[in-house]
Design a protein around this ligand. Structure first.
Ligand code: G4P
Length: 530
């Protein structure tokens, strides 16, 4: 990043990242250990409830009911050494990929956790592809090395092949499974031995003067040492050394090996994030990009969480600070509506606590309680009409008609659905013809979560039924062409929750036909949130 001016120290020390992984690889455990090392929690176990809750469907619903937990874990800030880490949570379930995608627009790097026995699993692969679209730097943690794991070279090969990224070992495991004794830190020439007896202590690092230091033979059993030295020799021949520039460009990932549950390898990973992880980056925006060092404050909403307290119908918009030094009480301009907005009670998420944020710097994530003014994709500035770009909305893959159990309550239903639409939990379409609403989601589980939340938060039982449509596309083109198209296809036309025109159909054939018959109209599967 030598082509960039030096950042003010408060900004330069921020590291804002997300963890991507396949369920069960150990994301929750690693998060917990991060917080433990960051001094944010006193005891392991506090984040635990969440990981377990995720596992079963009914528990998941319970978690959704218990909004408090999921909110305070959506963004977590803690200090590590002289750094401020902002860890943004990505929803674990694959049904929430759209939310995940948007979360990844708010971070500067991702930590990819893989299970040493399972390697690159499907969800990891998907999330990785999303990171790739943005050239996001990725640091890899290979977890569960205390268990029977794959051969180290095999793991590295699999990442290189499946994800098409160069892998550089930052540490190397010594022994495997029951014989796993620790790791050699290749970046610092240190040996770390794992203590299986105490899971919550930080492994001691033993300084080593290169691989022929006699201390190694004193500390590592002879057979393990022999294999390790052979492997290291091969690794140095076959694998590239860490190139910080390639890491920042997203073409190389350093890999650390460890065992999150044993607190092992975690500190080295954190050191890696601090040393090599990117500082807050330049944000794409229109009509100009936003640089973190700019003195004026700018930020954008990447997530909205509603009804944390059903009694108050409040919402929290999660704002990623793109530039400047924010102070509580500042009056910012809400660019979409051009209205001023006094941000008087922003919150900072410190592990399990929420705290008033007196200040925040570029890179930080703050929560802004509001009554619905703030939507995903909104930009707040100190007056300039500038809009952060690249926060997408995807065409839903599943559509169902939603009806209120009590037909007299359909107005209430509209309100509830609109609220979830603004939160980004679903797309809501109002067809030109016919009654009811068509709700679109990415994964089937979302219908269940929605039905349960509408009942819980609005006291409104609802039914989701099969819809005659299965696909939705946004209609783009100049107004005259659009009008002609709409007039001729009324039975397929609806408006989405933002008032944009949508074409609903059940056949790909229809979409192809429109593209053929209406060359001036295009049907798109994504639109930009604004
Ligand atoms: P997730 O958030 O990615 O879904 O994973 P989570 O951290 O919940 O971990 C999934 C399971 O893997 C948990 O076991 C957890 O204890 C275990 N685990 C995490 N890290 C390690 C590790 O380094 N070594 C070993 N051996 N296991 C690890 P569980 O039985 O499902 O839950 P629990 O009963 O332990 O809470």
């Amino acid at each position: 990043m030598s082509n960039r001016p030096e950042l003010p120290p408060e900004i330069a020390r921020r590291r804002t990242f997300a963890i991507i992984s396949h369920p069960d690889a150990g994301k929750t455990t690693l998060t917990e250990k991060f917080l433990l090392y960051g001094g944010a929690i006193q005891m392991a176990g506090q984040v635990r409830a969440k990981g377990e809750a995720r596992r079963t469907r009914s528990d998941f619903m319970q978690m959704e009911k218990d909004r408090g937990i999921s909110v305070s874990a959506s963004a977590m800030s803690f200090d590590f050494d002289t750094y401020r880490f902002n860890l943004v949570d990505t929803p674990g379930h694959s049904d929430f990929s759209e939310d995940t995608y948007r979360t990844l627009t708010a971070v500067d790097a991702a930590v990819m956790v893989i299970d040493g026995a399972k390697g690159v699993e499907s969800q990891t692969q998907k999330l990785f592809e999303v990171c790739r679209l943005r050239d996001l730097p990725i640091l890899t943690f290979c977890n569960k090395m205390d268990r029977e794991s794959r051969d180290t070279f095999e793991i590295i090969d699999e990442i290189q092949e499946n994800l098409a990224i160069d892998v550089s070992p930052a540490s190397w495991p010594i022994g495997r499974g029951r014989d796993f004794v620790g790791c050699y830190d290749l970046l610092r020439d240190e040996l770390q031995l794992m203590d299986r007896a105490d899971r919550n202590t930080i492994a001691e690092s033993i300084k080593i003067k290169g691989l022929d230091d006699p201390k190694l033979a004193e500390l590592v059993p002879a057979d393990l040492l022999e294999t390790f030295l052979e492997e290291i020799e091969m690794a140095r021949e076959l694998l590239p050394p860490l190139d910080p520039k390639a890491l920042l460009e997203g073409t190389m990932t350093p890999i650390w090996f460890g065992s999150a549950i044993n607190s092992f390898g975690v500190q080295e990973l954190m050191n890696g994030i601090a040393t090599y992880g990117p500082e807050p980056q330049i944000q794409n925006a229109e009509p100009r990009k936003i640089a973190p060092e700019e003195s004026k404050v700018a930020g954008f909403v990447f997530k909205v969480q509603a009804n944390m307290d059903p009694k108050h119908r409040d919402r929290v918009a999660f704002l990623r600070m793109a530039s400047g030094h924010f102070k509580r009480g500042m009056k910012l301009t809400h660019v979409r509506t051009k209205k001023p907005m006094a941000v008087s009670n922003p919150v900072l998420f410190l592990a399990s606590d929420r705290e008033l944020a007196e200040e925040a710097w570029a890179g930080d994530i703050i929560g802004i309680p509001n009554h619905g003014q703030l939507r995903i994709g909104d930009t707040l500035t100190e007056g300039e009409a500038i809009r952060v770009t690249g926060i997408p909305s995807f065409a839903p893959e599943l559509l169902q008609t939603c009806r209120a159990g009590d037909p007299l309550k359909s107005k209430h239903l509209e309100k509830a659905l609109m609220q979830f639409a603004e939160e980004g939990a679903a797309k809501v379409f109002k067809p030109t013809f016919g009654s009811g609403y068509i709700v679109g989601v990415v994964g089937a589980l979302q219908f269940e979560v929605l039905a349960s939340r509408i009942e819980l938060e609005y006291g409104l039982p609802v039914r989701f039924e099969a819809s005659q449509f299965t696909s939705a596309r946004w209609v783009a083109g100049d107004q005259a062409a659009k009008d002609k198209f709409i007039a001729a296809n009324k039975q397929h036309i609806a408006t989405d929750n933002d008032g944009d025109t949508v074409y609903l159909t059940r056949l790909q054939w229809d979409i192809d036909r429109v593209e053929r018959d209406y060359p001036d109209v295009s049907l798109t599967a994504t639109k930009e949130m604004m």
